[in-house]
Design a protein around this ligand. Sequence first.
Ligand SMILES: Cc1cc2nc3c(=O)[nH]c(=O)nc-3n(C[C@H](O)[C@H](O)[C@H](O)COP(=O)(O)OP(=O)(O)OC[C@H]3O[C@@H](n4cnc5c(N)ncnc54)[C@H](O)[C@@H]3O)c2cc1C
Length: 362
Amino acid sequence: MIGLAVAAQVAGKHREVYILEKNETFGKETSSRNSEIIHAGIYYPGGSLKAETCVAGNALLYQLCRRYGIGHRRTGKLIVATVDEEVGKLEALLEQGRRNGAKGLKMLSAEEIKELEPNVGAVAAIFSPWSGIIDSHALMRYFLSKAQEEGVKIAYKSKVIGIEKLSDGYEVMVENSSGPFPFKTEVLVNCAGLSSDRIAQLGGIDIKKAGYKLFYCKGEYFSVGNRKNRLIKRLIYPVPEPSTGGMGIHATLDLEGRMRLGPNARYVNEIDYRVDDSQKGLFYRSVKAFLPFIEDDDLESEMAGIRPKLQGPGDDFRDFVIRHEQDRGWPGFINLIGIESPGLTSAPAIAERVEGLVKELL
Ligand SMILES: Cc1cc2nc3c(=O)[nH]c(=O)nc-3n(C[C@H](O)[C@H](O)[C@H](O)COP(=O)(O)OP(=O)(O)OC[C@H]3O[C@@H](n4cnc5c(N)ncnc54)[C@H](O)[C@@H]3O)c2cc1C
């Protein structure tokens, strides 16, 4: 998603742009293994890139969706407190969301929640009217076709295996089915998702010193069957527990109206997208208080994604890295690292930031 959005944004304008992708096509990794939520920008500390790009990206995405017919629905979302002790956290979150510029947020009473979502159990909730869902594949197709119309070339099955700094740019070693070949560029934008720390390291950056080492944090999903999808109309989230690395197991809907629960947040050592069925009990227990109609035999394991996280277990908040590495001695090398949630929502705003950095160079 990020590579395509950046290419579409920086294309044309007398620049020759190439996308190198190791897989046989685009969108085979994190960008097709997520909740497909258009976030409003509530959760992230004020002034962070996550907050700023999410709020800007939310507005840009709805514009793009309307203009280019990209599948989406502004479902709205509730973040629910199930006991009085959680209400204070909800109020703090509401304030943070408003400061970040998330639009239309308001606090709902238990009665107001019952009117909107009669099957949800809650004592209070934040209502976020600008949260929604999007067909992320259609969005990627849009960015790719916009990029290609501007002359961008995409090379699939082309893996970056080495980067050498030259006096006037970079020689990138790429491996495809015919073997390795060199590729020269003045500007290099690293949007390699789960491998973005390794790509920075290939370029010679000390990723430990720079704080770029990524942790993999797996998020699994369970689908909800037995026609229970008809019992909610909006996205329903619990009050988040930031130290867990996720937003809390929540209920989402997709554009076909299917309901699923997830994602959980488990730090793992390798990329393995299998869902661990033994997590089902945890999912059931996590949502039972606010979705009392769920029974454990409604749940079927569905899919998993992996967050490229800069925040390790127990660490404090870490922001996106969107950085031109000139001051470290790598002019023209732009790193995008730790682009976890809300990266999908932020994509068009991240692309604009990268364009700003590229403009200073070319
Ligand atoms: C469980 C989960 C739920 C999420 N939910 C949401 C959500 O609801 N809303 C939201 O806004 N965000 C969400 N996100 C975040 C969002 O999915 C990501 O921020 C976004 O998809 C990141 O896109 P990307 O392009 O950086 O990464 P990727 O999609 O992983 O793309 C990176 C690309 O780089 C390629 N690559 C890697 N190494 C090399 C190499 N050496 N050579 C060539 N190519 C290479 C890969 O093949 C891949 O195609 C979620 C993430 C997860 C994991």
